[in-house]
Write a protein that binds this ligand. Sequence first.
Ligand code: 13P
Length: 258
Amino acid sequence: MRKIIIAGNWKMNKTLDEVNDFFKGISEWEKDFEHRCQILIFPSNIYIQIALKMLDENNIDIGVQNIYYKDFGAYTGEISPKMILSIGSKYSLVGHSERRNIFHETDEEVNLKVKSLISNGVNVVMCVGETEEEREAGKTEKVLEQQLNYGLKDILPPDMKNIILAYEPVWAIGTGRTATPEIAEQAHKFIRDWISQKFGKNIAAEISILYGGSIKVSNIRDLIAQEDIDGGLIGGASLKLEDFKEIIKISEKNINRQ
Ligand code: 13P
């Protein structure tokens, strides 16, 4: 049965003191909490080592928000999969819409990053999602198909066990406008069917597809109850410890499967 994952993408937020407070709080809470969800947090890169150290005895995974696809070299400002592995982190986000839109990351670069992470044994959370304009023009499925086709080009079926997908409609990110559970489920089902056609039924049944876009304590219950929604990739609400814990608790109670 596929994993249910509650992930926090902190983006460019929090000072060192705030990071310390959050990890202290979640580490104490998590030790007493028997959970069925995997918890995954993507802090800013400069806090990764602190996070790994503080959560050493916890069941919480720490990942990076972005990598460059080369191993080492003259790439000022970048970090590589080999570097993150060397400090003990095993997850990376790829293709977040903020990377695509603000930093002009192309589908081809997304694919190079996915391949580099997979060949280094790092797990990937690859984000896809349409803009409001694309949705209104009826192009949602076409856009998702293109992002999946390019992003997962040359990926082999055995590699898919290290890939998690995240559907993040751009119009729902940071806007307070969450996709309705029905809209989100429709997109998730489309993505799972696409995976099934490309990689087979078994892989499609096993891959976790997370929803992201204005998830809050008040809407997680109905989203997580959908058949093809296997967790959340949470921005704003993951910055607040109490909200993040509540989202994890509600998710555990409302997962639509055993
Ligand atoms: P918000 O939850 O703030 O809308 O952000 C979602 C997101 O971009 C997670 O990667």
